[in-house]
Design a protein around this ligand. Sequence first.
Ligand code: VGL
Ligand code: ZN
Length: 213
Amino acid sequence: MTQRALLLVDLQNDFCAGGALAVADGDSTVAVANTLISWCKTRGDAVLASQDWHPPNHGSFASQQQAEPYTLGELDGLPQTWWPDHCVQGTDGAALHPLLTQSAVDAVFHKGENPDIDSYSAFFDNGQRQETALNGWLQHHDIRELIVMGLATDYCVKFTVLDALRLGYAVNVITDGCRGVNLNADDSAQAFMEMAAAGATLYTLDDWIETHN
Ligand code: VGL
Ligand code: ZN
């Protein structure tokens, strides 16, 4: 059996109800996460979490660019959506959701700390210039298979999954554990199709549990 890890992407207050960049129904992913955490713990699978972790002057913030939130621009040569200020390091908005079983999380990986570039993937920044400690941690623990879910489907989940596939991991995405920003109505549906086309296997939570005893 290859070693496996559950990767919980950005289950943070700012992406949930009342948060700065709230994703519709984002909170409902926490119950899915907690079920998967118990399932993984029973089997000895690792439980990991990523956290969007921006300095207050992050360049992706519309407030830093005299731009309207959710419009498009360019940051350090890369296309960039301007976001409301969100997930500022050390704030309540950046904290993991209070109902998440955080005591079960074996390691947390921060991203988005460099103010000059955004970082949707939990592995690399958007220019693939720098990497987080996630790939090294997985290699160190001989983990080659991931179960991925979280927020937001069309940004951080998508780019995390695509990077994981490029790095050679087997990737399972739990679709009902994900919710999207959906600047366009079908962005999340498109994102799931891109992930599947790149080699990810999509499951609902029930399908995953039924097919993995
Ligand atoms: C995210 C937009 C900006 C995400 C993070 O976690 O999907 N989206 N920063
Ligand atoms: Zn962000």
